[in-house]
Design a protein around this ligand. Sequence first.
Ligand SMILES: [Zn+2]
Ligand SMILES: [Zn+2]
Ligand SMILES: [Zn+2]
Length: 228
Amino acid sequence: MILTTNTTIAIQCSQCGELEFHALSLFAFSRQGRKNLHCGCGRQLLSVTSRNRRQFNITYDCAYCGETHYLRLNHHAIWGKEALPLACPDVGASVGYIGPKQKVTQACRNREKSIGELAVELGYEEEFENPEVMLWVLDHLHRLARQGDLGCACGNHELTFELLPDRIELYCECCEAVGVIYADSSDNVRQIEGISSIYLEENKTWLINNPLRGQHISRTIEEEKKWR
Ligand SMILES: [Zn+2]
Ligand SMILES: [Zn+2]
Ligand SMILES: [Zn+2]
């Protein structure tokens, strides 16, 4: 069996947003049972503690939700063959990875940022009236976009998103189509949950989940399906 003693940690700084790479040697734990990693900006990124070099406790400041997350791993996992995600349970995305350098680099490259993650990263979260609902709706839209289920009836699939405190406006730059999705109450989550595709109506403004136009929503979605 080959014993690997070096592992790579990539983690996004919760203060400056940089993706920082650090090497972590198993030998770092031979004397003191703790290793703290810092960002170039001075912020502590992550700390690893171990009493026996078998079990390791990792704590890291999350760039997404601002909380500190904990992870308990054995040394086979940290100095193993795979890149393990340092996840944010709230946002459902990873702020970094631990593992062999090559795997970690690749995982970072593949890390596709969702619109919700970007919004948090750019500090928009505080602008939203209901950040939780807004991020949920953004994630849902991102999923639709990835599956090719978001676009405009004119044929354009690259809609522009405008984030406002209580709603998201979708614009088609090829025609005049506009879609408005309210995202400030939990009712909005229920409304959007069931929508599996959104195609704006060419040159029209569509209030996608205006509660007063509930029937309009379902009818339009049915029509969208026919068009596709
Ligand atoms: Zn930093
Ligand atoms: Zn988090
Ligand atoms: Zn269009």
